[in-house]
Each structure stands twice: as C-alpha cells, then as structure tokens.
Write a protein that binds this ligand. Structure first.
Ligand code: 4AD
Ligand code: MG
Length: 434
C-alpha cells in the first residue's frame, strides 16, 4: 500500500509512520554517505535525511544532483527529533524527482537588493520570511472578519469601477468606461454609507486604488482597505470601535503567529504594550503644538506629513488618535465640528514606533445643505452624486465609519520598514510586474 500523502505541518501527528510529502527542495547538505534535504511544501519546512545504504544507488545519485527548488515527492518514516524546529524529520526510503531545474535558482542564499527581489517576486514568495508575512496577513484579515461578524456587521461589497470620486480629484486612476468617464475606487465608503442606511452595521473590504506619485515606504497604488460604517454612531463611538478592532487584531496575531513573529525578529514588547491601556487621543491643534516643539514647521491647516507622523508616534507607546483636523486638509464628506467650526469630526489613528497613519475615519456630514455646499466648492461633478445625496434626503442620520489599510497594519505589526513586502504583488509608481 502506498504511504499516504500528508503535509509537513501535519507530520508531528504521524511519528513512526511511513508517509509521503510533496514539495520543493530549498536547501541541501551532503556528505559522502548521507544527504540532508531541506524540503518545503507550503505548509511548512522539514529536513529529509537520506542515508546511502537505505535507498537505491540511483536514487542516492539523483538526490545528489538536485538543484534548489527541484520538485520532489519523498516517502519515508517520520521521526521525532528535538533539535528540529518542528520537532520531526523524515528518514527517506524513496524519492521521486518530478522536476530538477537545469541551473541555479536565481534567488540563492546571497543577499539581494530589494529591486532584484521585487523583479523576482514570483519566486521570492517561496522564502520562509515571505511565508511568515503572508501568514500574518491572513491572520489579520481573518481577525477583522471575525471581529465584525461577532458584532453583527454585514459584509456589503462595494464596486471597484465607479463614476463618483470617493476621496478627491487628486490621485485618481481614470478609465474609459464605454463613452463615460469612470474611476478605480479610492474608497468604498460612499457605498458603505448607503449600505449602513439599509442594514445598520456594515463593512466593505477590497482593493483600493490611488494614483500616488509619492515614493514612500507607506504608499502603494493598489492596497486593501477594510471600511466599517455604522448608523447612529458618532465620532466617539467610531474611535471606540477602531480601538477595539486594532486591539483585537494585535491580540490575535500575538496569540496565533508566534513563530512567524519570531522569524521576522519582531520585538514583542511594543506590541504587548498596545494592549496595556487605552489608546491616546489628542486634538489636531495640540498635535501641531507638540510637533512645533519637536522641531516640525507644520502650521494649522496643513495635513500631517509622513515625517510629522513619524516624530509624533515616536512619543507614544500605544496608538494615538489625532482628532479634528482642519476642514481644508480633509475630504468633503466629513462632518463640521459644532464646537470648532474650522475643523471636522474626524480622527486618524497613528500606529506607534514611527509607523504613522493606519486608519482614517470620521463622522459623516448628514446635513444636505452643508454637504452640497462643500461638494460644490470642491468642484465635484454633482450629477454623479444624486444617489449619495439621497441618503441625506430620505431619513438622514448620524453615522460614522473608517478605513483601515491592510498593508500599513501588517507592516506595523510585523515591524517591517516598507509596505511593498506585505502584499503579494505590490503595485507602486514604478512597478507593474510581476
Ligand atoms: O485616510 P484614507 O484616505 O480614508 C479613506 O479612504 C476613507 N474613505 C475611509 C473611510 O472612512 N471609510 O485611507 C484610509 C487608510 C489609511 O489610513 C491607510 O492605512 C490606507 O487607507 N491608505 C493607504 N495604504 C497604502 N497605500 C496608500 N497609498 C494608501 N492610502 C491610504
Ligand atoms: Mg488618511
């Protein structure tokens, strides 16, 4: 009877059994009498030990000639081994080589520059480090969906092709939509607002597009954003929800991704301290004062620059909300602050350790006249917003929501410098391939 095919991840449950694993050889050491083959199969990594006298001479010879990333099926007995990271290794009785490359794998053991790695993203994804990042990415998405599902949020997807500008005229990807002008969505928010009027607590989650010319460590042209929107939540309810979501996310990653965080050499104490108290909340006006003291030349009216966010968040050991930005620095849909009419009821959540903005959120303008006036003064094409203004015509309501950027959240939680490494296929101003 053929040995059953199992994944490397499941090997510890099959100690002393004969099994088959199917994968790729990512490394090899040999002496005259023994080959140590490092095998990966997507679920994990394991060492397969091939002893000359225990396999046929042909197989031993074939294994000797394997190049990195050869595709193989290996049958053997699972042995427990305390020295192995997974606690097991495989004693090989048989190897089937599906494909042996004819030359050296381009991503060898050398240190490569990031451009080279990005050009070879399709291969780079095979590394242990990339696997750890993708695993944490999955855990974060999973925890977001779990968090919202547990609180009775309904997923209502928003379109990617849209006729209404979501954030502002700059940074738009325009396309020809038959005979009309259309855009790739900068946000699903306007649709989430309509859905909130229909179902109360909703969210959308999907790819989002910004024609960002900026070449920073925080900007992609295509990124993923989760956007919850809640009927009858005000600005403060909105921040409470964000705080609960972000805390839950960090908690879930700390609980489920210990190995991955270790592999990325992520210091855990800053993540743990996120859970040790409430997030900080400061007004934009106070943030400007503080930044001026720290040497920034920011003035009232300016949005916080990347550098401002970096220096500001270095002052805090937990995330900080910066509340109530000036009107002119923010999008048209934010509600005027009744206590300070130069500002709006919004908050950006800045991640600590210099990471900066991961969330933008606000209470929405629910007054038809104020909203219309602002949109007109921003020069928006009012014809494409009739449906959006209907939300203020038919039962207008206090409501709030926010957008959390997936890649910025991953980069922060993983402690990575640049967000291009946290999305499988990064899109930036200079990168369309692979
Ligand atoms: O602050 P932003 O622009 O807010 C919105 O789009 C709102 N409509 C969200 C809402 O209220 N429903 O973007 C929200 C988040 C940012 O905080 C950041 O995490 C991420 O989206 N983001 C980007 N991530 C990567 N690359 C870019 N170019 C990004 N632009 C925004
Ligand atoms: Mg923002």
């Amino acid at each position: 009877m053929a040995a059953p095919w199992i994944t490397i991840k499941d090997m510890p449950q099959h100690v002393e059994e004969e099994v088959t694993i199917k994968g790729w050889m990512y490394n090899k050491r040999s002496s005259g009498k023994i080959h140590f083959l490092q095998i990966r199969d997507g679920s994990g990594f394991v060492q397969a030990v091939m002893v000359k006298k225990e396999v046929s001479p042909e197989e031993f010879e074939a294994a000797k000639k394997l190049w990195m990333e050869a595709s193989v099926e290996i049958t053997g007995t699972v042995r427990s081994d305390d020295r192995a990271p997974s606690g097991v290794e495989l004693t090989v009785s048989n190897i089937k080589v599906n494909h042996n490359p004819t030359d050296e794998y381009p991503i060898g053991k050398k240190d490569h520059g990031v451009d080279f790695l990005l050009d070879n993203r399709h291969l780079w994804l095979r590394s242990q480090r990339q696997r750890a990042i993708m695993t944490i990415r999955e855990r974060i998405v999973w925890s977001w969906r779990q968090f919202l599902h547990d609180r009775d949020f309904l997923l209502v997807d928003s379109p990617i092709i849209t006729g209404a500008i979501g954030e502002g005229a700059s940074g738009l990807f325009e396309l020809d939509y038959f005979d009309q002008k259309a855009y790739l969505a900068q946000t699903g928010q306007l649709y989430a607002e309509a859905a909130a009027a229909a179902y109360g607590k909703v969210y959308c989650f999907g790819p989002t597009f910004r024609a960002e010319k900026s070449k920073t460590r925080r900007h992609l042209t295509e990124f993923w954003m989760l956007e919850p929107e809640v009927a009858y939540y005000d600005h403060k309810d909105n921040m409470d929800l964000q705080e609960a979501l972000v805390s839950y996310t960090v908690e879930q990653v700390l609980e489920h991704c210990k190995e991955e965080l270790a592999l990325l050499e992520r210091e855990l104490s800053p993540l743990k301290s996120v859970l040790e108290g409430p997030f900080y909340r400061i007004s934009y006006r106070d943030a400007v004062k503080k930044l001026n003291e720290l040497g920034s030349s920011i003035e009232f009216g300016d949005d916080l620059g990347a550098e401002d966010e970096t220096i500001l968040t270095q002052q805090y050991d937990r995330p900080v909300f910066v509340e109530c930005y000036p009107k002119g620095a923010k999008a048209f849909y934010m509600k005027e602050n009744p206590d300070d009419k130069e500002t709006v009821l919004c908050a950006d959540l800045l991640a600590p350790e210099g990471y900066g903005e991961i969330i933008g959120g606000s209470q929405r303008e629910d007054d038809l006249d104020k909203l219309t006036a602002r949109m007109e003064s921003d020069g928006l094409d009012m014809d494409s917003y009739g449906w959006y203004l209907d939300l203020r015509r038919y039962g207008t309501f206090v409501h709030s929501g926010f957008g959390i950027g997936l890649e910025r959240t991953i980069a922060w939680i993983c402690g990575l410098h640049h967000i291009r490494e946290v999305i499988p296929w990064p899109r930036t101003i200079y990168r369309l391939n692979p």
